[in-house]
Design a protein around this ligand. Structure first.
Ligand code: ADP
Ligand code: MG
Length: 322
């Protein structure tokens, strides 16, 4: 079972940033209001995620570490209507199979539970006092999978991957207050008040955020909303366009292209706008089961959505007489 978990980990857990992603997504699924991510040495030494969410009842903690144990999907039908960030029940057993992991969790009004597992082996567990919520500490990532360990990049690179991951999670969840601290130094904090423009300001700076304009569009299948910059505010390179589908960050070349097409010839060659766009759609129209890390999604009606993105941008620029 440990080997199966390690194989699954190979697909889901590539680096410290993947651990951050999975733990924060779990915290979001648990309806947390506040999530603090504390890493040491860019996560190479330690990754800790503290949330104030629902917690796990003591008697269900061991189950949460069993492969394909998820509390989030109860029928095959639901698999095609995923609304939570997680649903595979793979993250916790995967991480626990390739690292040292301690979870302390409690539901409101009950005793907490502590669970310590290393390389898939439970070292200690039992009742512990804890505030409601969940606190997970992961250290020695990949200590028992040398090939993975070798593949890790410099602390700078790993840290920037974590930062980008936290940005995306914060942009997709403006109602959750998310912070990131490395070696005691706070790198990011969102207010959690639901204001997307404020999250954008916390990431790209107040000057950029102030210059971005709200966009909204919809057709029979899709609703889109977010903020984009006008053609006067661009950057070289294509990393400042964030697409979210039902609050989940996705990479989709065709949709990003459709977004940029909305600007037509108003962009200088090699220059791209800032954009943060959340696309809401019936979960039936999106298949998130393509890749375990869920970065890639398969969309029905992708061309139709691209068209909507292009025309929404065009209409918004026209409002500015552009
Ligand atoms: P998945 O998220 O796909 O269900 P995970 O392995 O990430 O699988 O988590 C297993 C289960 O553990 C979840 O379904 C959930 O019930 C529970 N869980 C994990 N993290 C948390 C958390 N931070 N707060 C509450 N419950 C959690
Ligand atoms: Mg999960």
């Amino acid at each position: 079972a440990i080997l199966a978990d390690q194989i699954a980990a190979g697909e889901v857990i590539e680096r410290p940033a993947s651990v951050v992603k999975e733990l924060v997504e779990n915290a979001i699924d648990a309806h947390s209001c506040r999530i603090d991510v504390l890493v040491k040495e860019a996560g190479l030494a330690e990754i800790r995620v503290i949330d104030d969410g629902a917690g796990i009842p003591a008697d269900q903690v061991p189950l949460a570490f069993r492969r394909h144990a998820t509390s989030k999907i109860t029928s095959k039908r639901e698999l095609f209507r995923v609304t939570t960030m997680g649903f595979r029940g793979e993250a916790l057993p995967s991480i626990a199979s390739v690292a040292d992991l301690t979870m302390v969790t409690a539901v409101a009004g009950a005793d907490g539970y502590q669970y310590h597992v290393r390389g898939g082996e439970v070292l200690a567990q039992g009742v512990a006092s804890a505030r409601p919520g969940t606190d997970v500490t992961v250290s020695q990532l990949f200590y028992n999978t040398p090939a993975r360990l070798k593949y890790l990049k410099s602390p700078q690179t790993e840290l920037s991957q974590i930062v980008d991951m936290v940005y995306r999670l914060a942009l997709g969840n403006p109602t959750v207050a998310i912070s990131l601290t490395n070696n005691g130094k706070e790198l990011f904090r969102s207010a959690g008040n639901g204001n997307l423009q404020q999250v954008i300001a916390a990431i790209y700076g107040v000057k950029v955020a102030r210059k971005m304009v709200a966009i909204e569009g919809q057709d029979d299948d899709f609703t889109i909303h977010g903020y984009v910059s006008l053609p006067e505010l661009t950057r070289a390179g294509r990393k400042y366009q964030t697409l979210l589908i039902n609050h989940r960050y996705v990479r989709n070349f065709n949709l990003t292209k459709a977004l940029i097409e909305g600007y037509g010839s108003k962009l200088m060659v090699g220059r791209y706008p800032f954009a943060v766009i959340d696309i809401n759609l019936d979960p039936l129209l999106v298949d998130v089961n393509v890749h375990p890390a869920k970065r890639e999604v398969r969309l029905s009606k992708e061309a139709q959505l691209g068209q909507l993105l292009t025309t929404t941008i065009q209409a918004r620029l026209a409002q500015e007489n552009l």
